[in-house]
Ligand binder design. Structure first.
Ligand code: ASP
Length: 420
């Protein structure tokens, strides 16, 4: 049954009331473009991507404007962070899994020819976004994983290389030493037995020590380890934060040309210190990326497990098909994540999600569950439609998400001292 705009608005309002989330963010979009018009005229060509693609937009836009293919333009953008050893979220230098091995995920969709390719859990190959394209160019399959994907990549000419940089290796060693008895095993947020940190018996201040003292001790211990491992002083605070709160990081990019052809791709090293073999949403066609030549393209960064359960990118493109604006389409997908946790804010504060949405006419939006990962650092979307810029996303909830795994909050004074 088609879902009308009126139905959507009604459901949104009811959803907001049912959610009881007094912290819902402002209704006004914070990006520069009008988001609610279905008939406005928008610019083409246009490329939108995650913020870590900003520096690579200029070349890709010039390529697209001069007649380059939309998927190749999007791949040009994401290849930048994949090649950059200092970007620890994708490709070379990505934060490894719990065994110290970098495993990469990627997928892409080529709108004009309606083809899709995907690879998951790939080791030793840097540009997995390009490998995902090679899957549809050279095989009759859509998705290859693990060793098979690596062997395929080598067969079609991608070089095997060590993706673990010296810095990522040291961060992993620091994590190993620190987490001798804590890891990703155990109940996740979705488990009925999961408990918020404040009620977890094992994190009640031991020996009657206040939280600030416990955190001071943790940081001191980590600093000693980091020094012993030879992590450069200027990189220590970032390494310690990664160890305490394993990072995610990904890049999505969608590109639309003047003729209205559209494509998208997403690439990632996934969740830091994940279990070997874990695939997030990025290689899942429909979750991390989805493009329909008739409608538009969408992609995701953030809590992959949550996004898989709502098939975010596909949901958004279907919402566009049924008449929602890019912003409405994205907010609806976010609402489904909220619904999956019965609006339980003690859990949702540990989840975050950003959607990048580009409609075939050039209308676009960036929406996120929270304003940012920390106060003063809003989630951003990068855009090039003749002018290259970064814009804040439109958040569903006011405030910042909290780092995972759930721990009692790091006291502000400790943060100030150690996490400069
Ligand atoms: N969504 C990615 C994953 O879960 C991580 C990220 O976007 O930062 O693998």
């Amino acid at each position: 049954m088609p879902f009308s705009r009126r139905d959507f608005v009604k459901t949104s309002v009811l959803g907001a009331v049912a959610a009881g989330v007094g912290t819902r963010a402002q209704a006004e979009p914070s990006t520069a473009q009008p988001h609610d018009s279905q008939s406005g005229s928008y610019k083409r060509p246009i490329i939108i991507c995650a913020h870590n693609g900003l520096n690579y937009l200029e070349d890709a836009f010039a390529f697209l404007k001069s007649g380059g293919d939309t998927l190749d333009a999007a791949l040009k953008v994401v290849k930048g962070p994949e090649d950059d050893p200092n970007d620890t979220s994708v490709g070379l230098g990505g934060i490894p899994n719990e065994e110290g091995v970098v495993e990469l995920d990627a997928c892409c969709m080529h709108g004009p020819t309606r083809r899709a390719g995907s690879v998951g859990g790939v080791r030793n190959i840097k540009n997995v976004s390009l490998v995902s394209k090679a899957v549809f160019e050279h095989t009759g399959h859509v998705m290859l994983v693990g060793e098979g994907a690596e062997r395929f990549a080598v067969a079609v000419g991608f070089p095997r290389e060590n993706l673990l940089t010296d810095h990522s290796r040291k961060v992993w060693l620091l994590w190993k030493e620190y987490h001798s008895n804590e890891d990703w095993w155990g109940p996740g947020l979705a488990d009925p037995h999961w408990q918020p940190p404040d009620t977890k018996p094992d994190v009640k201040p031991s020996d009657d020590k206040p939280q600030s003292q416990l955190w001071q001790e943790r940081y001191r211990r980590l600093e000693e380890h980091a020094t012993a491992l030879g992590i450069a002083p200027e990189l220590r605070s970032d390494a310690i934060h990664k160890v305490l709160f394993p990072p995610t990081g990904t890049i999505h990019c969608s590109a639309l040309n003047e003729k209205g052809e559209i494509s998208g791709c997403t690439t990632t090293s996934g969740l830091g210190f994940k279990l070997p073999g874990r695939c997030g949403d990025s290689p899942i066609i429909g979750a991390g990326c989805y493009t329909d030549q008739d409608v538009g393209s969408a992609g995701a960064t953030g809590s992959g497990e949550e996004n898989i359960k709502v098939e975010g990118a596909h949901t958004i493109v279907e919402n566009l098909r049924h008449g929602m604006s890019p912003q409405e389409a994205g907010m609806d997908a976010l609402k489904r994540i909220v619904r999956n946790y019965n609006n339980d804010m003690t859990k949702l504060r540990f989840v975050d999600m950003t959607y990048y949405i580009l409609r075939k006419d050039g209308a676009y939006a960036g929406v996120s569950l929270w304003e940012g990962y920390e106060p003063g650092k809003p989630h951003k979307i990068a855009v090039h439609d003749g002018t290259r810029r970064a814009e804040n996303t439109v958040p569903m909830f006011k405030g910042s998400s909290q780092d995972f795994p759930p721990e009692p909050k790091v006291p502000a004074e400790v943060k100030k001292e150690y996490l400069k």
